[in-house]
Design a protein around this ligand. Sequence first.
Ligand code: CA2
Length: 152
Amino acid sequence: MTAPRRLLLVNGPNLNLLGTREPDIYGTATLADVERIASEAAHAHGFELRAVQSNHEGILLDAIHAAREDCAGIVINPGGLTHTSVVLRDALSGVSLPVAEVHISDVTAREEFRHHSYVRDVAIVHVVGEGVRGYATAVDRLVRVITGQSDG
Ligand code: CA2
C-alpha cells in the first residue's frame, strides 16, 4: 500500500496557552497559528495535516495509535511530557511511523530538567529553538524523510 499523504500534528499539555502568557519564551503566536503554519507547510508538499492538542496524556496516546491507520508521519511537541513520559515515548515507538520532535524554545539553553527528552531517540527529525516557524521546518524535514529524499 502507498503511504497516505497525511501527517498528524500533536501538541501536548499547556500548549493551548500559547500566545496568552510567557511571550518572552514562546512568542505571541497562538495554537491556532501553529496549526495553520504546520498545515500550510504540509499542503505545500501535497500532504494534509490533522491536528490534536490535549492536556490529557491518554487522549494524545489514542491519537497517536489512530495515526497508524491513515498517517504517514507524526510531528509532535510533547510539551512538558517530553521530560517525563515513558508512556508517550512507548506510544510513538509502538506505531512505527517517522516522528519529528519540535520545541518552540531552545530547551538546551533552559533549566537542566528540560535537557533530557524521552522522545528524542524515537524521533528522526529534531527542531529546537526556532519559535513557531519550527513547526514548518519539522514538516518540511519529515516529508523529505517520508518521500525518501532524506534520512533525517
Ligand atoms: O519549547 C517548547 O516547545 C516546550 O515543549 C514547551 C513546554 C515545555 O515544558 C518544554 O520544556 C519546552 C511548555 C508548553 C507550555 O506552553 C506555554 C505557553 C504559553 C504559556 C504557558 C505555557
